[in-house]
Design a protein around this ligand. Structure first.
Ligand SMILES: C[S@@+](CC[C@H](N)C(=O)[O-])C[C@H]1O[C@@H](n2cnc3c(N)ncnc32)[C@H](O)[C@@H]1O
Length: 216
């Protein structure tokens, strides 16, 4: 699996990843992690967990992956790695690795794949999950400034009912049971704490949809 540490590209084998995660009580995977700031803070706040931030855009993770690689007294963290990968080509190393999966305010083909219940995208998310893993997805199709990218213009409007009726059955085919699908209010969006959630909460955002599930 390709990983990044600041400006340095590296790889992590399956055995290396398992060894790195072994001392921890569980593994958290942040899919579409963006700059990785949230994953970094989550790892700092949960020293008993191993955190994997996954995003295809290496440069965006430069700052926080560099910080994590420093000495502990300079903000270094032993319990996080930054994987450079897209949901279309999920690293084999991540198969059944996580007991906690977050997808927060995705865009592009990750968002599209979830909203359109694309089998490959939902299957890839499901493939990361260990039995009983929790999955939390926050969707908001209006995070884009004008011009709205072409690939999201034709998407159906995401509502809790839409997610329940159209996305949940597709997740069920991958053994993910959607337990909750509901609107989040602005305070809840602000409390998510990712870079994009903070950006959104500076405006008066349209509400986001929380979709929460568990791997059977
Ligand atoms: C709006 S940003 C949100 C980032 C972060 N979760 C946050 O809340 O700050 C959307 C992220 O989705 C990622 N993304 C888009 N398509 C993806 C794909 N096919 N696979 C994985 N990540 C993808 C982008 O690279 C981007 O970092």
């Amino acid at each position: 699996m390709n990983i990044t540490r600041g400006r340095t590209a590296a790889t992590l084998t399956h055995d290396q990843l398992l060894a790195a995660a072994a001392p921890y009580a569980g593994v958290t995977l942040d899919v579409g992690a963006g700059d990785g700031a949230w994953a970094y803070r989550y790892a700092a706040a949960h020293p008993d967990r191993y955190v994997i931030a996954l995003d295809p855009v290496r440069e965006n993770m430069r700052e926080w992956s560099a910080k994590a690689a420093r000495k502990p007294e300079k903000g270094g963290l032993p319990n996080i790695t930054f994987a450079v990968a897209s949901i279309e080509a999920p690293p084999d190393e991540l198969r059944a690795i996580a007991d906690e999966i977050f997808v927060t305010l995705p865009w592009g083909s990750l968002m599209r794949g979830i909203i359109l219940a694309d089998d490959a995208v939902l299957g890839a998310i499901a493939s990361f999950a260990r039995p009983a893993a929790s999955i939390r997805i926050v969707l908001n199709t209006r995070i884009f400034d004008d011009p709205v990218p072409l690939d999201v213009r034709d998407l159906p409007e995401v509502t809790p009912d839409y997610a329940r009726e159209s996305v949940a059955p597709a997740f069920a085919r991958h053994d993910i049971r959607i337990e909750e699908s509901r609107w989040m209010d602005a305070d809840e969006v602000a409390a998510i704490g990712t870079t994009w959630a903070k950006r959104l909460s500076h405006r008066s955002p349209p509400r986001s949809v929380l979709v929460r599930g568990v791997r059977d």
